[in-house]
Design a protein around this ligand. Sequence first.
Ligand code: NAP
Length: 366
Amino acid sequence: MAKIPVGILGATGMVGQQYITLLNDHPWFEVRYVAASPRSAGKKYAEAVSGRWHLAKTFAPHIGGLMVEDANDVSRAVAAFKKGECSFVFSALEMGKDETRALEDAYAAEGIPVISNASAHRWTPDVPVLIAEINPDHTDIIPIQKKARGWDRGFIAVKPNCSIQSYMKPIHALAQAGYPAQRIIVSTMQAISGAGYPGVPSLDMIDNIVPYIGGEEEKSEKEPLKIFGSIENGVIKNADFPKISAHCNRVPVTDGHTACINLEFAAKKPSLDEIKAVWYAYKGLPQTADLPMAPKQPIIYREEENRPQPRKDRDADKGMAVVIGRLRPCNVFDIRFTALSHNTVRGAAGGGILNAELLKHKGYLS
Ligand code: NAP
């Protein structure tokens, strides 16, 4: 099967670099088009990332020779599309929200589907916010979105914030098993790479914790409700529950967001052993359809009392699994536990690739 040629907008950044390495040898997709800011445009990819390559794994030689285009110039991507070099794009741009939204719309309007990591379109009512295991049915909004905007081939699908990845799947698994959550308090300890490059100044981070990440608590509390919502009258209607209260902290960890969760069930309360069994058995469409980027075991429970830890657990199953530990009763709510997910893999590029695989599986990408 010929591979689908894909483009990466923001290919030089922290998330863009993850896309480049994760797509190396991907069985379905092949990177043929890279774009970034005007600062990088006109340079070969290897030159554009020289001195600011962040990953241990490097890029393939043919990627180093690709010319970086200006992501703001949609006509370049359209020309690449016509040459068979860019069938859809992953968006990993770090720009103002309004600029990002307008640019992603422009790509979709020109017939180039956009699978985005940016937050700009997460609150657009007919744009799905996808976690492939949880709400693959939200892709059903895409024909409605295309029709409403007069787009024939293009569309926009996004993934949620990296801070919520670790607790969404365990909560979803329990809800599916008949134990929905009513109220949740979550405290996150978020890695520095979540702020992009160069990110938080080193003097703010070394020997320190910063108890504020702009906009992050609101995203952590509200995005889950859209993901747990349903399509009604041509838009995604948010769920009413669970109510979430979040504290988001930046900590001196390179990669991997950890969350401590206190959870109250709506009605039925499972035993701790039942909860572990539910998490162990949890599978979604990515696993049953055997999508290439899907973790075999989406939730891994560790019995050791001192796990999960970012350094030891963030790369579990290619960095795509959520690792949980420390499940115990809560004196105020019902249960408490600690969960971890890799922010630039599961929470960004890996999650974006899995969404693209889901969309291809559903016939939206060809
Ligand atoms: P980053 O390291 O700062 O990279 C930003 C990218 O955007 C670079 O390729 C940069 O190009 C490009 N860019 C910046 N200004 C631009 C402009 N005016 N026009 C066109 N391109 C421009 O940021 P990141 O951490 O990779 O994040 C990328 C996106 O993913 C953001 O929307 C972020 O919110 C989201 N996200 C990040 C994470 C994470 O853990 N880091 C997780 C989930 C979602 P140059 O290199 O040429 O400047």
